[in-house]
Design a protein around this ligand. Sequence first.
Ligand code: SF4
Ligand code: SF4
Length: 417
Amino acid sequence: MAKQLIQNASWLLTEDCNFKCDYCFVHKRPNVSKVEVGERLMWFLLNQKNATSKSTFSIGFFGGEPTLEWDVIEELVNIRNLHDKRNQVRFGMTTNASLLPPERRNFMKKNGMHALVSVDGPPQVQNIHRKTPDGKDTWPLIEDNIRGLIEEKLTNTARVTITRDTLKYMAYSVEYMLEMGFNNVAPTPVSDGYDPFQPKDYIEYDRQLDMLDHLVKKRIMAGKPPGMNYYQKCFRQLISGSQMTSPCGAGRGYIGVNWKGDIFPCHRFTQWPEWKLGNLEEGINQEEKRQMFLDYSTHKHSPKCISCNVLFCGGGCLASNYTNFGTMHKIDEASCTLSGIQFKHAKKLYEDMKDEPKFQEAYPGLFKKKKAKKGGNQEKKLTKRISNLEKELSELKKLTLKTSNAVLEIADRKGGV
Ligand code: SF4
Ligand code: SF4
């Protein structure tokens, strides 16, 4: 059976960075990739057995800071323009935005590229953890570029890393980013062992989400998207009433490729040689390892998820599970608690807004399906009722016939008396 088509890849084209954020999980060594690796990745995606001329693929430049290797990025995009006439391969990047002046943004625009910006919030929050290697503030290096990226529609998402000490600014940071013009902000608690959240932090997290609930409601009522991806995810699961059984596409439709061209289940797994799935020259040759990801389901691997009412989580980040326990199948209590708090808030908001036309307009497809399902159920019930009535009628007719025969018989007998 053909394996699932890999459509998305993050390419860690450099492990170097011009920032020195203290929570960063990339172990910085000056390993840098070459355009030939990117080219091989492009052909690896396009030449998969089950790819068709209609398949589309995305390569996300990742790092370290990928824009340090701008020449490589430009060269690969130009190669795509030359060879991939159908434009099947698209490019994006995860960047700190410090090296994206207008001329680079022009190149991005011309070539249909998008950026996901890693930024922690307003200047006073950004500058707490995100410093230059010589300890200087980074906000002055990014502000103009971020405003440019937003104005030129080259980004819509900000990834905001939340640490224990910046948790108290979470709602403010999200609001600030939305006011800057991002459409989607992903406040993400720090992972990979950096000063993990403690029980007292959950109270603050809950309080911050209370503030974000108001913000999300205000946005939806104004006809805007919620502004945060996990509210969106929770609403979708609540409307459909189904539970996610995996957290992401790692090792399925998504891979991470390191600077050498080795293939891993996702960008975070590239730090562990034991999770190498293959390389771009030979393809995926560790089929058993890949199969573990293709088979992953919380319903098979995590009994506690089956009875859990947190519909949007899918078992938590597999790389975080591996960091914490050396297996991707064991889930950290702390991440369950955080997911539970997020879901509780989204659910409360959903109950509050589900009958509001503005909310239903925001998810037209899903509500239509739900109504259709409901309508379909009603139709089924009606058909069953009619069929029962028909049966009853036919029984009644038989009974009437029997009765009339009996009456006739009696009449006959009476007549014969
Ligand atoms: S919150 Fe925990 S138990 Fe519930 S689905 Fe997520 S990982 Fe599983
Ligand atoms: S394993 Fe974790 S880091 Fe990797 S893609 Fe999934 S959610 Fe993201």
